[in-house]
Design a protein around this ligand. Structure first.
Ligand code: SER
Length: 597
């Protein structure tokens, strides 16, 4: 043996020990540490950390928040100003996300409904070169991981190939393997029926896609035409679960520390498919419940109901103690509560909502299962009947009926469901005397003249509340949602902590002062640009009409809005905040009334 030291670059011995060091470093990083490292890495590089938005998006064209970029859509199009809102052109976040298209796949080694998406975003701050450099540095240096290969967009009719990204990758690492794909694989978007989109470059580790880096160069309109964005932007998304999996060097996401504490309370008689379904579905359910979604027969509530009922069916069939799944729910809250404090805040609500749904379902479940056994072949109408009469969701029927439901498809079931919904919608319209709601702007709902009057007062009160919150808490407060019925107003806004009783009082007093002064409410019709120039607050929508209305309540408030409003602030009457609570990390919710009892 020659008496030399091993060559650092070529010796297999050295590279092995270096691998060991990396493996050790990786296996030591918990999911909490990986989250922190990610946010810190981008913060050090000029990004503002923005809290996750709710799983319930503002965009009515999508059911759930499915990607980190969703809350940033207006910043790509120039409709909102990142400097004003974040003090920077770049942001970073870890976004709670739900994708339900894979619900039937959950139970295998890799599919999930709920997941967390880590991302960095830029709205004119930097573009391809920096985005690729950051990603490469984070993966190889911060995480100590080795990239298998990367992919770039190969071009397609009307959209050129992304040669620039390939060049940038090669300049960082001349040996890197580059694969090229078309629109199906390397082009993102848009989320919703229209929005920013563009070619992507993706990073693969251990054979799986880890990070999707999107170059938002276009705006896709609802008729699918592409328009060049004035300022191209960056939108990246890295699934936390996958990163943790390769980093902790385990074969499936269920063996990471995101899931192991959730699986611990489960008894051994459950097979691995059931264990995965239970841990995925209960984890998703906790997050949905914490965003104030309740089990129901429509929209987001219907998804939540299906998740819970599938799990409850397993509990029933295996005669498990209700304590078992309660322990899983508590483990979710404990494992994720440090990063999502609203899970801890809502702990009792979550557990109560779970048991309420359990009690409801148990009334009909045994009977439903008996009926399911009785039917020889289960087609879509039979499956829908099982849902309608006994509350058995499609997944449960599929799980249990086996051969008898082999011809039952989700499409056919959804079709039945839709037919039924249309019928019941017609029914509810009849209930309102054939008129439906008298007023339904999306934000305001009223069934008769009397209710229209109350929601109009609450609406003007909402504008004053928004202005008062900004006055008392600072201009960082931004509207995140508003919903008004004849009973109350509900206003969501960005703010990092609970309000003190003094702050609540100050906000109430500020609104009531404006009411007392009985100032005039005025409406001005302006172009969108001119409206923004007046300093009016705008609750971002993707596309505003060319002319917008700006409503002013004296000097107290100025906002872009479709109305309706009272003519004088005195008409609002006494204003009272009934409740202040968290909706998600960084988002608070106020419920308030006028004419309190
Ligand atoms: N929008 C892209 C995704 O969700 C990148 O963030 O994959």
């Amino acid at each position: 043996m020659p008496a030399t030291f091993p060559d650092e670059k070529t010796s297999p011995g050295f590279s092995k020990s270096r691998r060991d060091v990396m493996a050790e470093r990786r296996s030591k990083m918990t999911h909490q540490e990986i989250r922190q490292n990610f946010l810190a890495f981008f913060k050090e590089r000029g990004h503002t950390i923005v809290p996750s938005s709710s799983l319930l998006p503002n965009d009515p064209s999508v059911l759930f928040t499915t990607a980190g970029m969703q809350q940033f859509k207006p910043y790509y199009t120039g409709e909102a100003d990142p400097i004003k809102d974040f003090g920077a052109l770049n942001t970073t976040s870890i976004q709670k996300s739900m994708r339900t298209s894979d619900i039937d796949e959950v139970g295998d080694e890799r599919h999930l409904t709920f997941f967390e998406m880590m991302g960095n975003f830029s709205f004119g701050g930097y573009f391809k070169e920096k985005a690729i450099q950051f990603a490469h540095e984070f993966i190889t240096k911060e995480m100590g991981l080795k990239i298998d290969y990367i992919t770039v967009f190969e071009g397609e009719s009307g959209v050129p190939a992304d040669e620039e990204s390939e060049k940038i990758w090669k300049s960082i690492d001349p040996k890197i393997e580059v694969k090229k794909f078309g629109r199906a694989d390397n082009f993102w978007g848009p989320t919703g029926d229209q929005g920013p989109c563009g070619p992507t470059t993706e990073i693969y580790i251990d054979g799986i896609e880890i990070w999707n880096i999107v170059f938002n160069q276009y705006f896709q309109h609802s008729d699918k035409t592409l328009e060049q964005l004035k300022t191209p932007g960056i939108d990246t998304g890295m699934g936390l679960e996958r990163l943790v999996m390769v980093s902790q060097n385990v074969p499936t996401i269920f063996e990471t520390d995101l899931f192991t504490p959730l699986l611990k309370p489960l008894p051994l008689e459950l097979d691995s498919r059931q264990r995965r379904i239970i841990s995925d579905h209960l984890r998703a359910a906790v997050f949905l419940l914490s965003d104030s979604i309740a089990p129901s027969n429509k929209d987001q509530g219907y998804v939540l109901r299906r998740l819970l009922r599938r799990v409850l069916t397993i509990e029933h069939q295996l005669k498990l103690s209700p304590q078992v799944f309660e322990n899983v729910l508590l483990s979710v809250i404990e494992n994720f509560g440090a990063f999502y404090p609203n899970l801890v805040e809502h702990k009792n609500d979550i557990i109560n909502a779970y048991f309420a749904e359990s009690a409801k379902f148990k009334k009909t479940l045994a009977q439903g299962l008996k009926e399911l056994e009785r039917i020889a072949e289960i087609d879509a109408p039979a499956a829908f009947k099982l849902y309608e009469s006994f509350g058995l969701p499609f997944e449960v029927v599929k799980d249990i009926a086996g051969e008898k439901a082999k011809n039952l498809t989700r499409e056919a079931f959804d079709e039945e469901f839709k037919k039924h919904q249309e019928k019941s919608r017609a029914g509810s319209e009849r209930k309102f005397g054939g008129h439906g709601l008298l007023l339904d702007t999306g934000e305001l709902k009223a069934a008769n003249e009397e209710e229209v009057k109350i929601v109009t007062r609450l609406h003007t009160a909402t504008h004053l509340l928004h202005a008062a919150l900004r006055k008392v808490l600072g201009a960082d407060v931004k509207q995140a949602g508003s919903d008004i019925t004849a009973e109350r107003l509900r206003f969501d806004f960005s703010f990092p902590r609970k309000l003190t009783p003094e702050e609540i009082k100050q906000v109430e007093d500020t609104v009531n002062e404006a009411v007392k002064q009985d100032v005039i409410v005025t409406k001005e019709e302006l172009s969108y640009e001119d409206a923004l120039k007046t300093g009016a607050l705008s609750f971002f929508k993707l596309k505003y009409p060319p002319k917008v209305n700006v409503y002013s309540v004296g000097d107290f408030s100025k906002e872009l809005c479709g109305g309706p409003h009272v003519t004088h602030s005195g008409e609002i009457g006494q204003f009272k905040i009934k409740k202040e609570e968290a909706v998600s990390a960084g988002v608070r919710r106020i419920r308030a009334v006028v004419d309190p009892e």
